[in-house]
Design a protein around this ligand. Structure first.
Ligand code: ADP
Ligand code: MG
Length: 240
């Protein structure tokens, strides 16, 4: 469903992604792991063109997203993204955060957008909070709203960039639980995370990035028990 071929990305002279190729199947859950600065966020951001690749080809479904003729807004509608710092609309209620883009971008009626939003809020356990403003929510609740908001566009893939890194420890679990449910429902997901247990349990494959190079692309059992590369071994010794 997603195909990345020979992806390079530089910022000025700094080559941040170096010849990354991989394929991701529908319903696969991928965890991207690697040291800080290894290019994980840049890789995710290239997938929905928040960063423009220097070279290489990325396709998602039938769209070649790196083709200049492709409508970037259409691509982004199809690719949901959740960030470390939620970026909710502060002056909209929880419900309005979810209905805004479906109405403005997809032209949904208020009734339809509301029905979908309420359904999603039930799924992430926040239906009771639908009329609250974001500043009345905990970090974990905000992140669950952010996930529901991304899902409201009915994307075919969801990208997560360290979704629990800004949360107090007691809130990490509730967000990971929502993500696990989503994975089990068959959503295709690419998750940058430092939550090794979650990656081990939920991911179908681990992509290990180091210095902008895709060093390993392996099932979690293999990655955590017998990493092939020295670099992954060293990394795991530090974090486990
Ligand atoms: P990670 O998410 O693995 O920590 P990033 O993808 O954020 O890594 O960053 C990889 C490298 O790219 C870093 O050296 C970072 O400074 C650089 N970088 C990221 N975004 C930009 C940008 N917008 N402009 C310039 N350099 C950037
Ligand atoms: Mg990052």
């Amino acid at each position: 469903m997603i195909k990345v071929e020979k992806l390079y990305k530089s910022f000025g002279k700094n080559e941040v992604l170096k010849n990354i190729s991989t394929e991701i199947k529908e319903q696969e859950v991928i965890a991207i792991i690697g040291p800080s600065g290894s290019g994980k966020s840049t890789f995710l951001r290239c997938l929905n063109l928040l960063e423009i690749p220097t070279s290489g080809v990325i396709s998602i479904g039938n769209d070649v997203v790196t083709d200049k003729k492709t409508n970037i807004m259409k691509v982004r509608e199809n690719v949901g993204m959740v960030f470390q710092h939620f970026y909710l609309f502060p002056h909209k209620t929880v419900l309005e955060n979810l209905t805004y883009a479906p109405m403005q971008v997809q032209g949904k009626s208020k009734a339809e957008a509301t029905a979908t939003a309420e359904d999603l809020l039930r799924k992430v356990g926040l239906f009771e909070k639908r009329s609250e403003y974001p500043n009345r929510l905990s970090g974990g609740q905000k992140q669950r709203v952010a996930i529901a908001r991304a899902l409201a566009m009915n994307p075919s893939v969801m990208l997560f960039d360290e979704p629990t890194s800004a949360l107090d420890p007691e809130m990490v679990k509730e967000v990971l639980a929502v993500m696990k449910d989503l994975a089990e429902s068959g959503m295709t997901m690419i998750i940058v995370t430092h939550e090794m247990n979650f990656a081990k349990e939920v991911a179908d494959r681990i992509l290990f990035l180091d210095g902008g190079v895709l060093v390993e692309d392996t099932p979690p059992n293999e990655f955590f028990s017998s990493p092939k590369s020295e670099r992954a071994k060293e990394f795991l010794e530090k974090v486990l």
